[in-house]
Design a protein around this ligand. Structure first.
Ligand code: DNO
Length: 400
C-alpha cells in the first residue's frame, strides 16, 4: 500500500517537505482554485504535477497519484445525463489528469452540502480539539436558522423541544459559527459556499429528487464517464456520504454496502471504483466495515482511514483518535492488505490518514479545519505501525 497525504496546494500551511517528513510518498490533491464545473486544462494539471514531482536535490521524490476531487456540479446530480455540457467538461478534466499520469480520481455525489459538522473545535479530554456532529445542534440549525420547509415533520415533538432549547441557549457568536460551519463548504468540499437564502434556493431546486432518482443520475453519469476513464487508464473512486444518511431532506445514496452494490451492479466497468472511507461509513451503526472492505475489495483503489465515535445519542458523533473509534481499524487493514497482496505493484491501494485532532503546536496556529499536520501525522504513524505488524509495510519511495 502507498501512503498518501492530502495537500491543499502551494498556498497550504503544510509544505511538500513536511509531507516528506511525515513519511508519505503520495500526494492527494486537486485544483481547488478552479471553479466547480470548469474544465481543467492540461497545462494547469501538468504545472501542479511538476510542482509536486520536481524533487529538490537531496530530497525523496513525491508522486501526485490521487486527484481528490474533480467536483461534480449540481446540474449532473439534478438532471443526470441531460447535463451534457457539465459531463463533457468533467471528461475534459479527466483527460488532463490522465495526461499528467495521475491514475486515481476521487469524487462524491452528495447534493448541496459535502461533509458536514456542527463543531470544528470540540475540546476533547486531552485538550486536543476534534470535529463533531451534534444531532441536537444540527436540528436547531434546520428548524430555527435555515427554517427548512418540511423539516419539522422529520423530528419528534421531544426532539423539536430540545432543538428549541438548544437554539435559545446559543449566543450570537455560536450561531454565527454554526452557520459558517454548515454553509461555508469545509476544506476540500465539492459544493459551493452558501448564504442562508442561497441554501433555501438550492434545496428548492432539488424538490422531487428522491433517492431512486439521484441514484439514476449517478448511474447515468457513470455510464457517460467510465468508457473514457477505462480508455485513459484512470480509476474513479466514489467517496461515501459524510455522514452516511440523508441531510436537509435530501437523499444520499453512497451510505451503505447496498448502495455501493447497486452502483457497481448498474455500471460494472472496472473503472467504477470506491474510495473506502472508514470515517464516513463508520458513523452508521449498521455498517460492518471489514465486511464492506472484503465485499468490494477489488473496487477499492483509495482509502481514507480515520475513526469516529458515536455518543449517547448515536446520531451524534465526534472524530476520535485514529485507532480509538467505533471502527476496528486492524480488521479493516487486514482486508485491505489481503487485497493489496493480490494485486500487481502498479495497482496498489493508496491510503491517507484522514483528518486528525488539532494538538500540540497546531492549537496555536491557523490550520486547515480537519487537516492539521500533527494530528494527521499521529494517525499516519499509527496506521503505518499496523501495516508493519501485519507484515505488509507501506512502500517508502515514490513509484515512477
Ligand atoms: C473531507 C473529505 C471530503 C471528500 C470529498 C470527496 O474531509 O472526505 O472533502 O474529500 O467529499 O469527494
Amino acid at each position: 500500500m502507498r501512503q498518501g497525504w492530502r495537500w491543499f496546494g502551494p498556498k497550504a500551511p503544510v509544505t511538500l517537505d513536511e509531507v516528506r517528513q511525515v513519511g508519505a510518498t503520495d500526494v492527494v490533491s486537486s485544483l481547488h482554485e478552479v471553479p466547480i464545473g470548469a474544465p481543467w486544462t492540461r497545462e494547469d494539471v501538468a504545472a501542479r504535477r511538476d510542482l509536486v514531482e520536481t524533487t529538490p536535490p537531496g530530497r525523496v521524490p513525491l508522486r501526485w497519484s490521487v486527484v481528490e476531487s474533480i467536483p461534480i456540479p449540481d446540474a449532473v446530480k439534478r438532471t443526470g445525463r441531460a447535463a451534457t455540457a457539465e459531463i463533457e467538461a468533467w471528461i475534459a478534466s479527466l483527460e488532463s489528469v490522465a495526461e499528467a499520469g495521475i491514475p486515481i480520481v476521487c469524487y462524491n455525489f452528495m447534493p448541496v452540502v459535502d461533509w458536514c459538522r456542527t463543531e470544528l473545535d470540540f475540546v476533547t479530554d486531552t485538550g486536543a480539539t476534534a470535529m463533531r456532529f451534534d444531532f441536537e445542534t444540527f436540528a436547531a440549525f434546520e428548524l430555527h436558522i435555515l427554517e427548512r420547509d418540511g423539516a419539522k415533520a422529520e423530528y419528534s415533538r421531544a426532539e423539536q423541544e430540545r432543538a428549541r432549547a438548544r437554539f435559545e441557549a446559543m449566543s450570537e457568536g455560536e450561531i454565527a459559527d454554526l452557520v459558517r460551519n454548515i454553509t461555508s463548504a469545509l476544506p476540500g468540499s465539492t459544493t459551493e459556499p452558501m448564504t442562508i437564502p442561497g441554501f433555501r434556493d438550492k434545496l428548492d431546486q432539488y424538490r422531487g429528487i428522491d433517492a431512486a432518482r439521484l441514484r439514476r443520475h449517478l448511474v447515468e453519469f457513470l455510464q457517460a464517464v467510465t468508457p473514457a476513464a477505462e480508455k485513459l487508464g484512470v480509476k474513479l473512486t466514489l467517496h461515501p456520504d459524510d455522514p452516511p444518511r440523508p441531510l436537509f431532506g435530501l437523499p444520499r445514496i453512497a451510505s451503505t454496502a447496498e448502495d455501493y452494490a447497486a452502483i457497481f451492479d448498474a455500471v460494472p466497468s472496472p473503472a467504477n471504483g470506491m474510495c473506502f472511507c472508514t470515517g464516513s461509513l463508520g458513523v452508521r451503526e449498521g455498517n460492518d466495515l471489514p465486511a464492506i472492505a472484503r465485499r468490494f475489495a477489488s473496487r477499492i483503489h483509495f482509502a481514507h482511514l480515520r475513526a469516529t465515535r458515536r455518543e449517547a445519542d448515536p446520531r451524534t458523533f465526534h472524530e476520535s483518535a485514529h485507532l480509538d473509534g467505533d471502527v476496528d481499524m486492524v480488521a479493516v487493514l487486514r482486508e485491505l492488505v489481503d487485497e493489496d497482496r493480490r494485486r500487481d505493484k502498479g495497482e496498489t491501494i493508496v491510503f491517507r490518514s484522514d483528518h486528525g485532532h488539532r494538538m500540540l503546536d497546531d492549537l496555536h496556529k491557523d490550520v486547515t479545519p480537519g487537516y492539521p499536520a500533527t494530528g494527521r501525522m499521529r494517525g499516519l504513524a499509527e496506521l503505518r505501525g499496523i501495516l508493519h505488524a501485519l507484515g505488509h509495510p507501506p512502500e517508502t519511495a515514490a513509484a515512477h
